[in-house]
Design a protein around this ligand. Structure first.
Ligand SMILES: O=C(O)CCC(=O)C(=O)O
Length: 270
């Protein structure tokens, strides 16, 4: 069992989470589990305001004709000055201990995004595994989504296929190059839609899911933007399969790495 608490300057904005035996079992069985509330009300509000500021800054040249991967996902700019809580939460927040207890003790941050499924958008994100895009090895990386508003089927919550992480990587029809991501962005993996279950969540909760868990999200039919944080953590030695096995560069959050470039990555970021 892992219990997390914080006495940092952001302590009043986060909630302790416990990965008890039941949640661990659910994660191992289903490939995902809602671990409960990680942001307090004040934390949600602070995060929403940082999210919106960074989002607006990054979308000055917003192009609604691009695919959903560009339309509603924006790489989280760790370096963005006005996003101190966002950055702290990703690097030092309660999720790091949870990940540590599942894949630790050596962990790095390997990607983070702001996910804004904008009001009345007609752009779903198709079934995929997070290892579909940018495959990492070992394949035990953990993705986390924290909604900053309540999410359900009306505004485009996640859908999951329980147990799909046990079935391996679904082959994609072609190489996932940056150009493919930019132009088509998504693949039809031939997934049986009937296996999917919706995952409604309350603002401030966190769902963790495995790199091989099939998931998707549908339209936002409401008049409010659907804001979620997306964060991904991996073993500190994880390498990029699609890139000749080179190490994925990301900030070392726990333990050590055999790759010097990981040990020295983003050292100045708190
Ligand atoms: O934000 C969403 O709706 C889905 C995001 C997602 O599936 C992902 O980033 O892997």
């Amino acid at each position: 069992m892992t219990t997390v608490s914080s006495t940092s300057r952001f302590g009043s904005h986060i909630s302790s989470v416990t990965l008890d035996a039941a949640k661990r079992k659910a994660y191992e069985r289903d490939g995902y589990v809602n671990i409960g509330t990680v942001l307090t009300r004040s934390g949600i509000e602070l995060m929403q305001s940082e999210f919106k500021r960074v989002w607006e800054d990054g979308h000055k040249t917003y192009d609604p004709t691009v695919g959903p991967l560009q339309d509603h996902l924006q790489y989280m700019p760790h370096l963005a000055a006005p996003a101190a809580f966002l950055r702290w939460f990703y690097f030092n927040g309660p999720l790091v201990d949870v990940v540590d207890s599942l894949i630790g003790p050596n962990i790095k941050g390997v990607g983070s995004q702001l996910s804004n499924k904008q009001k009345r958008t007609a752009l779903p994100v198709a079934w995929h595994q997070d290892n579909t895009y940018g495959e990492l090895s070992p394949d035990n990386a953990i993705s986390v989504i924290v909604p900053l508003v309540d999410i359900d089927e009306q505004n485009g919550c996640l859908w999951m296929i329980p147990g799909s992480h046990l079935e391996g990587l679904v082959p994609v029809p072609g190489k996932v190059t940056d150009e493919v991501k930019r132009t088509r962005g998504q693949f039809d993996l031939g997934v049986d839609d009937r296996r999917g279950v919706p995952l409604p969540m309350r603002a401030g909760e966190a769902v963790i899911f495995h790199a091989l868990t099939l998931h998707k999200s549908m339209h936002n039919h409401t008049d409010e933007d659907r804001l979620c944080l997306f964060m991904r953590y991996a073993d500190a030695d994880a390498v990029e399969v699609y890139n000749d096995g080179r190490p994925r560069i990301g900030k070392l959050l726990r333990g050590t790495s055999r790759f010097r470039e990981v040990v020295s990555a983003e050292l100045t970021l708190d």
